[in-house]
Design a protein around this ligand. Structure first.
Ligand code: B1M
Length: 233
């Protein structure tokens, strides 16, 4: 809708505004996406609903046209930028202040992979749920994960991969942890669009997390188990 520069987003109904945010995300219109997100929030939309229905759904549509060769990398990069700008508005709202710390997580995208939106979203939601999160970014070789574990001593290590070619690298990280005898010191959670539970099991992770909300729930239940074991011991 870039030819409708005069479009007043405030005049749209919620439903049309969400549709417009999808269109603006698709067109990589960062400022328009920011404005749309702000308007939904002003109308009382909860941040999580704004995130999932406005931004995540918009990016899902981008993904379909990327897959089908209708959109290309430069356009998808613009869409990703617009998405990140929308996420930046929601981040402080999703992050609880003063919540008791539930645990610590190191999270990063694996070597060879530069997708970071989903991983950042997981980091954001985990922080919102009261976890301390150390986000080590993208394209992480096993050494980077090990350094982060050593430095931050987290309870959980989270790995993200969006490519079928990079997801096997998770096994490299887990196998290296096994070789060093530290695998059982951590809860290993994995996620990313091409993964599934079977894959997570095969590479030796503790659990596959379908989305950010599942990541939070899974992390909480593993932390509760860890505390029970410690209390029993
Ligand atoms: Co890429 N890309 N991309 N891309 N890209 C995909 C993944 C693809 C499915 C598109 C397609 O063909 N439909 C396809 C992969 C095919 C495959 O391997 N099966 C693909 C491809 C092929 C590529 C390139 C190879 C393209 C090229 O260069 N020819 C290239 C590879 C670059 C590289 O990494 N080496 C590439 C590049 C890019 C951009 C740079 C342009 C951009 C990334 C920008 C960025 O991230 N900063 C990009 C994007 C944006 C996408 C799509 C469109 C969207 C990904 C996204 O952000 N989704 C994507 C299509 C798709 O996934 N439908 C695609 C939104 C996000 C909220 O969801 O990431 O799934 P997601 O995260 C979810 C869950 O998966 C889960 O929770 C998140 C939140 O709910 N989750 C975790 C994710 N990580 C987790 C970690 C956890 C737990 C849960 O740890 C505990």
């Amino acid at each position: 809708m870039s030819d409708e520069g005069e479009l007043d987003l405030r005049s749209l109904s919620d439903e049309d505004l969400v549709q417009q945010i999808h269109d603006d995300l698709y067109d990589g219109l960062k400022e328009e996406v920011e404005e749309g997100v702000n308007i939904l929030l002003e109308r009382g939309w909860p941040p999580y609903k704004t995130l999932t229905e406005g931004l995540v759904e918009g990016m899902r549509i981008v993904g379909i046209d990327f897959r089908d060769g209708i959109l290309f990398v430069p356009e998808v990069l613009l869409a990703a930028n617009a998405m990140k700008a929308g996420m930046a508005i929601l981040r402080p709202l999703l992050i609880a202040t003063g919540a008791p710390r539930l645990g610590k997580m190191v999270i990063g995208t694996v070597k060879g992979d530069i997708h970071d939106i989903g991983k950042n979203l997981v980091a954001m939601m985990m922080e919102g749920a009261g976890f301390e999160v150390i986000n080590i970014g993208i394209n992480n070789p096993v050494e980077k994960y090990l350094e982060a574990l050593d430095e931050h001593k987290p309870d959980i290590i989270g790995m993200s991969a969006l490519l079928t070619t990079t997801m096997p690298y998770m096994k490299v990280v887990i196998d290296t942890m096994k070789e060093k005898g530290i695998r059982e010191d951590y809860i290993v959670l994995v996620g990313g669009a091409p993964l599934n539970e079977e894959f997570a099991k095969a590479v030796g992770a503790d659990a596959y997390c379908r989305d950010a909300a599942v990541a939070v729930e899974t992390a909480k239940s593993f932390m509760a188990r860890k505390h029970n074991v410690l209390a029993a011991g």
